[in-house]
Write a protein that binds this ligand. Structure first.
Ligand SMILES: C[S@@+](CC[C@H](N)C(=O)[O-])C[C@H]1O[C@@H](n2cnc3c(N)ncnc32)[C@H](O)[C@@H]1O
Length: 276
């Protein structure tokens, strides 16, 4: 795959350094929920794990700490910049149980039965054929191995109180921007069916929805995303300059309102176990 092709295939949110920082912050906010899911999936020392669409590797390194010296984690991502970052970080931190590969997970090829576990967070929503990714991961799991996924199931339910049409417009435009690139911010709804079709028994399925109040890290999570993403929505002509201004103004008002809160976009956490 040429560099040009890789750049073209990079995901809708971009891979610039601001996105790298945003992903790090996002990981901090969601690390406790993520880590609880790994425990539930039975990820443990000595395991061979896969981080599907690892990005720059924030979760990958935590998985490596969990897998320990006798385990191994492979991060796979379609972005060369993220994969390079992951490799450089592993070298700088002298972490030897982490590897990274530049691969489109829709064409994932891994030896059958080579994994004890796999993890995918906020990745399947950007793929055009998530069922193929689930199939490929299932094929690479050993019997009893688990695939743990966290992904959006009803993105446009993201809501700010008091209600604002300006925020609603931007949330809907965001979901549409992903849809235009072939993804779905509601992919979580289809995951139980996809897992079952791939021979994975769904052993855990739960919603993740939280309320955030102004001034908290959880409140800042969508804020950092939307403020960075408005230019892309404008470029894609999904919103107007007036829409963007209205959004910024309402967000500032709500951020200063002690009675405001937001509902995070609903996600599902799901674990599929490979049965014999
Ligand atoms: C929102 S980021 C999430 C990164 C990481 N999973 C995390 O939770 O921090 C989405 C990632 O999916 C990757 N991605 C999107 N489509 C992909 C594909 N078809 N194959 C491999 N990686 C992909 C992007 O390059 C990006 O790194």
């Amino acid at each position: 795959m040429s560099d040009r092709t890789v750049e073209e295939r990079e995901y809708v949110l971009g891979t610039r350094s601001e996105e790298l920082l945003r992903l790090g912050f996002q990981h901090q906010v969601w690390a406790p929920v993520t880590s609880a899911l790994w425990q539930r999936a039975g990820f443990a020392p000595g395991h061979r794990l896969l981080d599907v669409g690892s990005g720059p590797g924030y979760a990958t390194f935590d998985l490596a700490a969990l897998a320990g010296a006798t385990g191994h984690v492979l991060g796979v991502d379609v972005s060369r910049r993220f994969v390079d970052h992951l490799v450089a970080e592993a070298a700088a931190r002298r972490i030897s149980n982490v590897g990274a590969e530049l691969q489109d997970v829709e064409g994932l090829t891994l030896p059958a039965g080579s994994l004890d576990g796999a993890f995918a967070r906020w990745v399947l929503c950007f793929t055009t054929r998530p069922e193929q990714v689930v199939q490929a991961v299932a094929g690479a799991l050993r019997e009893g191995g688990t695939f743990a996924v966290m992904d959006y199931s009803n993105y446009t339910a993201l809501d700010v109180a008091p209600y604002s049409p300006a925020v609603e417009r931007v949330v809907h435009a965001t979901a549409e921007s992903v849809r235009r690139r072939g993804g779905s911010m509601d992919v979580g709804r289809d995951l139980p069916r996809m897992m079952r079709a791939a021979g994975l028994e769904v052993v855990h399925l739960a919603p993740i929805v939280r309320l955030a109040r102004p001034g908290t890290a959880l409140w800042k999570w969508p804020e950092t995303f939307f403020f960075g993403y408005l230019p892309t929505l404008l470029e894609m002509e999904l919103i107007t300059e007036d829409d963007a201004d209205a959004f910024r103004s309402v967000w500032r008002d709500r951020s200063a309102d002690p009675d405001a809160f937001l509902t995070t976009p609903p996600m599902v956490e799901i674990i599929g176990r490979k049965s014999g």
